[in-house]
Design a protein around this ligand. Structure first.
Ligand SMILES: Nc1ncnc2c1ncn2[C@@H]1O[C@H](COP(=O)(O)OP(=O)(O)O)[C@@H](O)[C@H]1O
Ligand SMILES: [Mg+2]
Length: 403
C-alpha cells in the first residue's frame, strides 16, 4: 500500500513538474515570439535591387537601366550611390510593360496559365518531421510568385509553421473556420473556399492558413462516414480537391504543405494533387522512415483508386533537402537514392545552410532577406541551391503546360 501511495505521489509530482515546465516554456516562447515578431508588426516584402530584378525577370541589368533612363516602365527608387530598386508591385508592372514592348516573349514575362493549361496542384509530403516540407513548400511558393505566377499556398499542417512563416500567428490571428477545415467540414458551418483564402505580404501568393482546428477533420471524418453524411460522389478524400476547384481560375499553381502523417487531410491532398514532391533529408533514419511512408502511401493510394479516386500525377519527385555535400555518408545515401529512383530524384539538392536555418528563426526565407544580413558567400551558395531545385520544378510544370 505504502509503495503504491508513494508511486502515485511520484507520478503526481512528475506531472506537476511537466505541467510547470510547459507553462514556463510557453510563457518564455510567447515573450521571445513577441520580441522577434511583435503582433502589431505586419510582414512587408522588401524591395529588390535592379540586379535581382534583372535576374528574376530574365533581362539584362543594362537594359533595365536604359529603360529607367528613358523613362519607360515603372520608375525604380534610387538609393545610395544611385542604386536602383523596385517594389514587388513594380516588378509586376515591369512584367506587363515588357510583355507589351516585346510581344514575342510575352509568355516569358507574364507566364500565367493559359486556357487549357492544367492547374498545378503540388503536394509536399513525407511523414518525417524535419524533412524540410514546410521550407520546401515556402521556397517553392515564393520562387514561383517571383517568376510571375499566381500561387495559392495551403497549410494543411495543424502545427501551421507555413502560416507562421507568412507572418500569421496560428493561435492568435487565425480564428474558427478560417483554415481549410472551414471549407471542408461536414456541418452547416461550412464556408466557401474564397472565405478561407487570405492575401499575404508576398506579392502573388495567397494563403489558406492552418492551425489546430485542422485536427477536427481527422476526428469528424470517420463520424461523418458512420452517420452517412457523405452522399453520392462526396467522398471525404475528394473534399480538398472540391475546395480547390472552386477557386481554380484565380491561380496557376497550388502548393500544399502536408501534415507529417497519413491522415484524412493528407489523403485529400494526395487526391487533389497533380504532382507530388517527397522531401528527404539524406540520413539513414530518415530514409528508413521514408520507405515506411512510401509503403503506406502506395497502400493508401490503392484505397483511393479502388474508391474511384484519380491519381494520375504529372510528376513525382524526391527532393533531397538539408543536404551537406561534404558529408560522406550523406552523399552515399543520395547516390543510393539516385540508383534506386533514377530521374525521380531531382538533380539539384537543397544544401544545408545556416543562412536558411537562421532566416527561418525570424520567419523569413532567403528570398525576402536583405542581403547585407548574412555573409554574402553563404547566402549566395544557399540561394543558388534552392533556386536550382525550384527551377527544376518550374521546368516540370512548364512541360505539363507544353512550353
Ligand atoms: N536547407 C536547409 N538548411 C538548413 N536548415 C534547414 C534547411 N531546410 C530546412 N531547414 C530547417 O530545418 C528545420 C525543419 O524544416 P521544416 O521545413 O520545418 O521541416 P518539416 O516541415 O518537414 O517539419 C527548420 O528549422 C528549418 O529552418
Ligand atoms: Mg512543417
Amino acid at each position: 500500500m505504502a509503495a503504491q501511495a508513494s508511486a502515485q505521489q511520484k507520478t503526481g509530482e512528475t506531472l506537476a513538474r511537466i505541467s510547470r515546465q510547459a507553462q514556463v516554456l510557453s510563457a518564455q516562447l510567447t515573450v521571445l515570439n513577441e520580441q522577434l515578431f511583435p503582433p502589431t508588426a505586419k510582414k512587408r516584402l522588401r524591395s529588390f535591387s535592379s540586379g535581382e530584378v534583372a535576374r528574376i525577370v530574365g533581362v539584362s541589368d543594362g537594359y533595365l537601366r536604359q529603360l529607367s533612363l528613358d523613362g519607360l516602365g515603372p520608375m525604380p527608387a534610387t538609393g545610395h550611390g544611385g542604386r536602383r530598386s523596385y517594389s514587388a508591385d513594380q516588378v509586376m508592372a515591369l512584367r506587363h510593360y515588357l510583355a507589351e514592348a516585346r510581344p514575342r516573349e510575352a509568355l516569358d514575362f507574364l507566364p500565367f496559365r493559359r486556357p487549357g493549361d492544367k492547374l498545378q496542384v503540388i503536394a509536399v509530403a513525407n511523414f518525417k518531421g524535419g524533412s524540410a516540407k514546410t521550407t520546401t513548400a515556402l521556397y517553392l511558393a515564393q520562387f514561383l510568385a517571383l517568376k510571375g505566377h499566381r500561387v495559392l499556398a495551403i497549410d494543411l499542417d495543424p502545427q501551421a509553421s507555413l502560416s507562421a512563416m507568412f507572418g500569421y500567428q496560428p493561435e492568435l490571428e487565425i480564428g474558427e473556420g478560417e483554415t481549410l477545415y472551414g471549407a471542408l467540414r461536414y456541418d452547416r458551418e461550412r464556408r466557401p473556399m474564397s472565405a478561407v483564402i487570405r492575401p499575404t505580404y508576398f506579392h502573388g501568393i495567397s494563403l489558406v492558413p492552418g492551425n489546430l482546428e485542422l485536427m477536427e477533420f481527422e476526428h469528424n471524418t470517420p463520424q461523418a462516414m458512420i452517420e452517412g453524411k457523405l452522399r453520392g460522389g462526396d467522398i471525404f478524400f475528394r473534399r480538398v480537391d472540391a475546395c480547390i476547384r472552386q477557386v481554380e481560375d484565380e491561380f496557376d499553381v497550388v502548393v500544399i504543405d502536408c501534415p507529417p502523417q497519413l491522415g484524412y487531410l493528407t489523403m485529400g491532398a494526395l487526391n487533389a494533387a497533380t504532382s507530388l514532391l517527397v522531401t528527404i533529408h539524406p540520413q539513414m533514419v530518415d530514409v528508413a522512415s521514408m520507405s515506411q511512408f512510401l509503403l503506406m502511401t502506395s497502400d493508401l493510394m490503392s484505397v483511393i483508386e479502388d474508391a474511384g479516386g484519380a491519381l494520375n500525377y504529372d510528376f513525382i519527385r524526391y527532393v533531397v533537402t538539408r543536404h551537406d555535400p561534404n558529408d560522406v555518408p550523406e552523399t552515399q545515401i543520395v547516390a543510393l537514392l539516385r540508383n534506386l529512383f533514377g530521374e525521380d530524384v531531382l538533380r539539384a539538392t537543397a544544401w544545408k545552410s545556416t543562412a536558411i536555418a537562421n532566416a527561418g528563426l525570424t520567419k523569413q526565407s532567403l528570398y525576402e532577406l536583405e542581403k547585407g544580413l548574412v555573409g554574402r558567400g553563404a547566402y549566395d551558395r544557399a540561394l543558388e541551391s534552392v533556386d536550382a531545385v525550384n527551377s527544376e520544378i518550374l521546368q516540370l510544370i512548364r512541360k505539363v503546360w507544353g512550353r
